[in-house]
Ligand binder design. Structure first.
Ligand code: SF4
Length: 217
């Protein structure tokens, strides 16, 4: 398939609810990647939690190192001199059945949905893939929700100075995910009139609530 060809990303509102559910439950996402393995070839550090025992049993110990700032047992897997994951063999994941939860939940459509650009020159392959995704905006719900997600992303990106140091994630993936978690604050048509300071407070509260265990979507 030519790399410029469009890829159907699905109906926006359907994608949004399933993505928010997966983020809430920390579960796997169903991404129609086809033959794309750009995220396995883009110099990514893969986080692996201590309870991912099957995964850890299938990765040679020498490829793992302690994850900075996290408790003992949390590890990272790096990449080779070409930026490829060491478990990528002959163009395919050699431990697919046992791949880390990070890989199972990765969905580069978050960048197409939010309009946030993935940071890093070494992420060009993912950027190309992101440009191919096209969401279906079949009804007014899709349009309203995509607009709200993009407004959330734009607020977090352009008004980052309003947040206290350390409050916002630094990496573009986490910023896109945060936009998806707090997008509902941007759904109302008249929300432009809301004071920025109140908006920042509401964003932080919504974000914490989303991540709180037991809280419903
Ligand atoms: S573990 Fe498999 S799916 Fe995950 S980055 Fe490596 S090759 Fe890709």
């Amino acid at each position: 398939m030519p790399e410029s060809q469009e890829l159907a990303a699905g109906k926006f509102s359907t994608w949004l609810i399933s993505t928010r559910t997966a983020l809430k439950k920390d579960s796997e996402t169903d991404v129609p990647c086809g033959e794309c393995n750009a995220c396995c070839r883009s110099s990514q550090f893969i986080h692996i939690k201590p309870d991912e025992k099957d995964t850890l049993a299938h990765i040679p110990e020498e490829l793992l190192f302690p994850a900075p700032g996290l408790p003992k047992g949390y590890v990272l897997m790096g990449y080779d001199e070409n930026g490829h994951c060491p478990m990528l063999k002959k163009g395919a994941c050699s431990i697919y059945e046992y791949r880390p939860a990070t890989c199972r939940s990765y969905d580069c459509r978050i960048f197409a949905a939010t309009g946030i650009r993935i940071s890093g020159k070494d992420k060009a392959l993912i950027t190309q893939q992101v440009q191919r995704w096209k969401f279906s905006l079949a009804d007014s719900e899709d349009i309203k929700e995509q607009r709200a997600v993009q407004k959330a992303a734009s607020f977090l990106t352009n008004k980052s100075k309003l947040f206290a140091p350390g409050e916002l994630p630094e990496n573009s993936t986490q910023l896109a995910i945060m936009s998806i978690k707090v997008y509902d604050l941007f759904l109302e048509e008249g929300e432009q009139s809301i004071d920025d300071t109140k908006r920042v407070k509401a964003i932080m509260q919504t974000w914490e609530r989303f991540d709180a265990k037991g809280e419903k979507l």
